[in-house]
Design a binder for this molecule. Structure first.
Ligand SMILES: NC(=O)c1ccc[n+]([C@@H]2O[C@H](COP(=O)([O-])OP(=O)(O)OC[C@H]3O[C@@H](n4cnc5c(N)ncnc54)[C@H](OP(=O)(O)O)[C@@H]3O)[C@@H](O)[C@H]2O)c1
Length: 208
């Protein structure tokens, strides 16, 4: 059993992680920024903003590992939540001595670009937004520059749907139509937390 701090627990992927963590034998502490949300099914809620190191530190008490599904919802300005929140998370984990971090990023950053088809390389930044991708790059840099036991997970387009087979790896080829369900992504994140797989790697995850 791993006691997991889940960041982004109210989002699409975070909800799936929450629901699947119990049956996988894990316990979840959810960091939730909305103070009106004091209870969630399948998790113990700690209220706080991901950018607030003190709040994250409180949430880390008794935790073995962190899964971050932090993000800015589609249609909202990317801002700096992702980079600042991830940097705060890394700082709080280092201070608390919590080592394992499985952090959701996105395909289309870093060396995953080289494995994208030519149309995807051209159009993905326009579809997602260059600012959003730049934010993801900054968040990744905060993780990669740390001495934590990290894995960065780069999903293709996220869709709602059932669990399904995924391809996971550093060199997985992706195209404009590549997608993965949030359920399958959540299961993959939980597998990584449980096994310590893909340590110090940035891995693409897409539906197989
Ligand atoms: N959509 C795609 O096709 C796609 C593709 C590749 C990668 N991704 C990435 O995959 C990840 C998961 O995506 P998703 O669509 O499942 O997520 P989502 O529904 O956008 O959820 C984002 C989560 O982050 C939380 N959050 C935002 N700002 C916060 C803050 N300051 N403090 C604490 N929590 C905060 C949100 O809380 P609230 O409920 O309070 O807003 C929510 O729980 C994201 O990082 C996204 O960028 C998405």
């Amino acid at each position: 059993m791993v006691r997991i701090l889940l960041v982004g627990a109210t989002g699409g992927t975070g909800q799936a992680v929450r629901v699947m963590a119990g049956p996988a034998g894990h316990d979840v502490v959810a960091l939730v920024r909305d103070p009106a949300v004091t209870r969630l099914p399948d998790a113990t809620v700690v209220n706080g903003d991901a950018r607030d190191v003190a709040a994250v530190s409180t949430a880390l008490a008794g935790v073995d590992a962190v899964v971050s599904c932090l993000g800015v919802r589609i249609g909202q300005e990317p801002g700096t939540v992702r980079s600042e929140g991830t940097a705060a998370l890394v700082a709080a984990m280092r201070a608390a001595g919590v080592r394992r971090l499985v952090c959701v990023s996105t395909v289309g950053v870093g060396d995953s670009v080289a494995a994208q088809s030519r149309p995807a390389r051209l159009l993905w930044p326009r579809l997602v937004g260059r600012d959003r991708l730049a934010e993801a790059e900054r968040a990744e840099a905060a993780v990669r520059g740390s001495d934590l036991e990290w894995t960065l997970v780069r999903p293709t387009r996220l869709v709602d749907g059932p669990d399904s087979r995924v391809a996971t790896g550093v060199d997985v080829a992706t195209g404009l139509r590549s997608q993965v369900s949030r359920t399958a992504l959540a299961r993959t994140l939980l597998d990584m937390v449980g096994t310590g797989a893909h340590l110090h790697r940035c891995v693409t995850v897409t539906g197989a």
